[in-house]
Write a protein that binds this ligand. Structure first.
Ligand code: UD1
Ligand code: UDP
Length: 382
């Protein structure tokens, strides 16, 4: 045994929702594999079932679970419960770094909690901006607060890095890494591609897909679309479902504001399959079978280009302009006529479809986790 043993770098990763978990899972797995690092995982439990699905899919066991979710929780509920719940965890663990991801209420509260304890924060997926504080709401401001606090910024793209530099973040503190979601996605695709048994097992969990029809996959949950926006999207889906050549599958988010409205409007349609949220592998399998995706999700905008599936985004603006520039994603807002028109255009025009289904992903190459870990080790002088 050497007289002096090198101290490990203690990293506490904190997340709480489905997308954060999917995007942080490859990183948490990567951190565990480094003997210079002690990796500790704290989940806020901002989501419960949808978080647990991801933890199970990636075989992750949290060291701490704040278990804060309440039905119909408000933004203040989440923020205050995470802030209060994390304090004793930070006092006990005394990490060298707190890693947070993206733009959720857990992200912002965990960043603040770490800041109050004067613990440095590394922000993964840093620098995305719409420059409109109400779209997405409250995620745009959550990201900006995390950027103010973080001393290390892992940006997925050059555009995200440029946003941070415009706000005065020093270039030395930003690293363009790609997005960890592509690490997760490529690992999932590899798993699926190498096992016919797994494919069959997963296909048995999905609704029966009529291969003579074009599959439209739908998701939606943005707070700014609650009410009229979601009503309009449902009307467009009702209209599209009357076509003989399409089949619609919609894994419905568990938020009651989404679930109640979507179930009331769409559940009686034979050609619309409303299902519970899917675990990651089945969802990726379903995405790969889709002809078009209609969604307001951020992560899906990043994943779909790898699968060559066009995405119609039911939002007026996006903090992910790269896929718009690449032509695989189009903003359609929440106007019923526009969603219907753009969907029908893709269903009917082979050339329009071909243009949007080019498989070319601006968000990463599957090596993001490796870049983040190498950077932290270098920064800590290892
Ligand atoms: C949150 C994030 C959003 C992210 C989205 C991903 C914030 C402010 N919002 O929004 O950025 O894009 O997650 O899905 O952080 N619920 C359950 N079980 C679950 C998950 C949710 O029952 O597993 C229900 C609960 O009633 C909960 C409600 O959904 O109160 C809303 O969850 P919340 O995390 O507040 O908002 P999301 O819309 O999911
Ligand atoms: N996803 C999933 N099951 C589903 C729907 C989505 O695993 O039923 C995955 C999807 O592949 C993506 C992430 O969840 O990685 C997106 O999460 P969400 O839409 O909830 O949040 P956002 O990305 O908008 O923050």
């Amino acid at each position: 045994m050497p007289l002096t043993q090198t101290k490990k770098i203690k990293i506490l990763s904190v997340f709480g929702t489905r997308p954060e978990a999917i995007k942080m899972a490859p990183l948490v797995i990567g951190l565990k594999g480094h003997e210079e690092i002690e990796s500790i995982l704290c989940v806020s439990g901002q989501h419960r079932e949808m978080l647990d699905q991801v933890l199970q899919a990636f075989d992750l066991e949290p060291d701490f679970d704040l278990d804060i979710m309440q039905p119909g929780q408000s933004l203040s509920d989440i923020t205050s419960r995470v802030l209060l719940g994390l304090k004793p965890v930070l006092e006990q663990v005394k990490p060298d770094w707190v890693f947070v991801h993206g733009d959720t209420a857990t992200t912002v509260a965990a960043s603040l909690a770490a800041y109050y304890e004067r613990i440095p924060v590394a922000h993964i997926e840093a620098g995305l901006r719409t420059h409109n504080i109400y779209a997405p709401w409250p995620e745009e401001v959550n990201r900006r607060i995390a950027s103010l606090i973080a001393s290390c910024h892992f940006s997925p793209t050059e555009k995200a890095k440029a946003n941070l530099m415009t706000e005065g973040v020093l270039e030395n503190n930003i690293l363009v890494t790609g997005n960890t979601v592509i690490d997760a996605l490529l690992a999932a695709i590899k798993k699926l591609d190498t096992s016919k048994v797994l494919q069959t097992e997963i296909d048995n969990q999905l609704p029966i897909i009529d291969t003579s029809k074009k599959l439209i996959l739908v998701t939606g949950h943005r707070r700014e679309n609650f009410g009229q926006g979601l009503e309009n999207i449902c009307k467009a889906l009702l209209h599209l479902s009357t076509r003989d050549d399409v089949q619609i599958i919609y894994p419905v988010h568990l938020n009651p504001k989404v679930k109640n409205l979507v179930t009331a409007r769409l559940s009686s349609r034979e050609n619309i399959h409303l299902i519970d949220p899917l675990s990651y592998l089945p969802f990726i399998r379903l995405m790969s079978k889709a002809y078009i995706i209609i969604t307001d999700s951020g992560g899906i905008q990043e994943e779909a280009p790898t699968l060559g599936v066009p995405v119609l985004v039911t939002r007026g603006t996006t903090e992910r302009p790269e896929a718009l520039d690449a032509g695989t994603v189009k903003l359609v807002g929440t106007d019923t006529a526009e969603i219907t028109r753009q969907s029908e255009h893709l269903l009917e025009s082979k050339s329009a479809y071909a243009k949007m289904s080019k498989a070319n992903n601006p968000y990463g190459d599957g090596k993001t986790v490796m870049r983040i870990i190498s950077h932290i080790l270098r920064r800590e002088g290892v």
